[in-house]
Design a protein around this ligand. Structure first.
Ligand code: FEO
Ligand code: CA
Ligand code: CA
Length: 639
């Protein structure tokens, strides 16, 4: 349908096209309309989301974009959007080779382990010198690489599946740390850098907390149950007040292979006979028949100290095992950490962890045990707009040995089953969370759930009010008293949808530019809430999403709930990982899976069928990449 048929009730919008950042290796940013790129240097100041910036009270200052179905990046008038750090670029680890990306995906597994992984997702910017004048000019971009498309990752796709291809797939997952600097108005990677790092599906991790060493965590390779190789399926990301990076291990069941009939426990976790990635064919630890406890070592929140490339990353079992989207930290008035997380799967749950101890000054080293001690809760949303946090404590209520929980470790490893018994509220796929630093409302995107309705595992309820929920909603709650309160009030910030839809359940109550399937959210300069959409590739531009164009990033004014379209991605991508420099004058956002094949893997014989972003190389392929967004006048993003 034509773009101009969309219903409009927003404020003024751009008369001309937005800036289309079309990148080529030689010329990364092309500005339509003859505008020049003039990025003024900026000085560091407060951190976005802190009271200082929030008090500035910025309202949306740009004109909303039209929807777009083009294979390009569109950003609001007055801004530039420039891709860099694409899949396959070297991260710049000092003292070793920095292999360049090969357009035919011909890099080896060993080379991939030194390059940015595939399918960038959750990301944060860590200033090299927090609080200094250079805080917004030199920093570390830390991002995870959620998953791979084996049709694009290897020159010949999944044909002749081999140990080398499994190794390259494993090396394409995990986390990258890249040093970046703003030089002459342009953000660039600093290569080599002593802080650059790759963490992959084979990097040693330490398991800590109540489930570390548990009998269900022990394997032939690790009889102690305290050391595990790697992280993968990392989705969203959080940043702790003590300067570390948190990431959730999301769709880990897809990497394992079970017996013909999975056990009941395996079925509850979505494990199945043939995992999508087929690592077990050449790496037996992913075969649960031979190694039934290996899946227990995934599904955790991982913590990385980005400032120390020699540090051992940690899996925090006290936060519970789940298909974790990510983890986000609030702080109680007396200085304890409160970690919120959700589980992105239909009819799964929202969790909260409250630390026993207070945050201490001194970074990761001083807080190495902080997230090992505390209480995990799961949320129940009641119909009267109130809610309760239900503790997952062994021995309390149904969480007993008679019900299959021998100890606290087993409660945490089987957090789904524990939450089932506690009567937690099954949600519509919880994705990212964002905590308003001023109002203290905690927001969570519930991206969609087409299975909800009569006869399904759960019918509609107050918090998840739509059957066949194709569009999703953003729920929010405010704790009674401090962040560790037992109860909370809740409501919906918005039911996503397109007011022009004929199906009532898909109309939503958006104010301004409509969107569907909210996923990424983050508070930015001036207290604006940034919302990224992730309509699945098979649903984009069709059905209830017929008029919404490619996936997009919008700004939302929480005071009025007005949303305005800021950035539209290339074909079949998702926008994710929004973060900001401390001065609020640079936004980084990830473009994930451009050119994704609807419902499957890309054809290696025709990798450019859907998209060729960002290189548009005639012999290349689409690549996930980070995008730098700046305002032409050097102002705050969103102003
Ligand atoms: Fe990886 Fe829930 O998105
Ligand atoms: Ca997501
Ligand atoms: Ca999603």
């Amino acid at each position: 349908m034509a773009q101009d048929s969309l219903p409009r009730d927003t404020g003024p919008r751009s008369a001309g096209p937005g800036i289309d950042a079309v990148s080529t290796p030689a010329r990364r940013t092309v500005l339509r309309g003859g505008l020049a790129t003039l990025l003024a240097p900026v000085a560091g100041c407060a951190t976005p989301g802190t009271p200082r910036l929030a008090a500035a009270g910025l309202r949306i200052g740009f004109e909303g974009l039209e929807v777009s179905t083009a294979d390009g990046l569109r950003v609001a008038h007055g801004y530039t959007a420039t891709p860099f750090l694409a899949w396959g670029e070297p991260v710049g680890i000092a003292g070793g080779p920095m292999p360049a990306f090969r357009d035919d995906a011909g890099n080896s597994a060993a080379e991939q382990a030194l390059q940015l992984g595939m399918h960038h997702d959750g990301m944060h910017y860590f200033p090299l010198e927090p609080g200094s004048a250079d805080a917004s000019r030199r920093g570390l971009l830390v991002m995870n690489h959620e998953y791979v498309d084996d049709g694009l990752l290897h020159t010949t796709g999944t044909a002749d599946w081999s140990a080398e291809k499994v190794a390259k797939s494993q090396a394409s997952h995990g986390i990258s740390v890249v040093e970046v600097a703003l030089v002459d108005g342009r953000w660039q990677p600093v290569r080599p850098s002593p802080r650059a790092r790759r963490i992959t599906a084979t990097t040693p991790f330490e398991l800590r907390g109540p489930a570390a060493g548990h009998r269900l965590m022990r394997t032939a390779a690790d009889p102690t149950g305290t050391r595990v190789l790697g992280t993968f399926a990392n989705c969203a990301a959080g940043m702790t007040p003590w300067g570390t990076y948190l990431s959730g291990e999301e769709n880990f069941p897809d990497y394992f292979t079970t017996a013909d009939t999975p056990t009941r426990h395996e079925q509850r976790w979505g494990l199945r006979k043939t995992g999508w990635y087929n690592w077990a064919a050449h790496d037996p630890r992913f075969d649960t028949v031979r190694h039934p406890n290996e899946p227990h070592r995934f599904g955790w929140v991982v913590e990385v100290d980005p400032y120390d490339p020699a540090s051992t990353p940690v899996k925090r079992t006290a936060l519970g095992r789940a298909v974790h989207e990510g983890a986000w930290v609030a702080v109680t008035k007396d200085g304890r950490a409160v970690v919120y997380s959700g589980e992105d799967a239909v009819f799964e749950y929202i969790y909260r962890f409250v630390s026993r101890d207070r945050i201490r000054p001194g970074g990761f080293k001083a807080n190495r045990e902080l997230l090992d001690h505390g209480t995990l809760y799961v949320a129940r949303f009641d119909a009267d707009g109130r809610g309760r946090w239900l503790p997952l404590r062994h021995g309390e209520g149904p969480l007993t040995a008679a019900n299959g929980f021998a100890d606290q470790g087993e409660v945490l490893i089987k957090a789904r089953q524990a939450s089932d018994l506690l009567g937690a509220t099954p949600m519509d796929r919880p994705e990212w969370l964002a905590i308003d630093p001023t109002s203290r409302w905690v927001h969570c995107t519930l991206t969609n759930n087409t299975q909800r309705g009569p006869g399904a595992r759960a019918d509609v309820d107050a918090a998840n009010p739509r059957a066949n929920n194709t569009m999703g909603q953003i729920i929010r709650w405010r704790e009674d008293g401090d962040f560790d309160g037992d109860g909370f009030e809740w409501n919906h910030l918005v039911l996503a949808g397109d007011p022009a839809n004929t199906r009532p359940e898909a109309r939503g109550n958006t104010v301004g530019d409509p969107f569907g399937s909210p996923d990424t959210i983050a508070f930015g300069p001036g207290g604006l809430l940034w919302i990224g959409s992730d309509v699945s590739t098979s649903a984009l531009n069709s059905g209830d999403n017929a008029r919404l164009g490619n996936n997009q990033l919008l700004a939302c004014d929480p005071a009025t709930r007005t949303t305005r379209r800021f950035l539209v991605g290339p074909v079949n991508c998702e926008l994710t990982g929004v973060c900001f420099t401390p001065d609020g004058r640079t936004m980084f956002v990830n473009i994930q899976h451009p050119g994704e094949m609807p419902g499957g893997r890309n054809d290696p014989a025709n990798p450019r069928r859907w998209s060729n972003w960002p290189d548009f190389c005639p012999t290349g392929r689409p690549r996930s990449a980070t995008v730098v967004v700046r305002k032409l006048d050097g102002g705050m993003i969103g102003s």
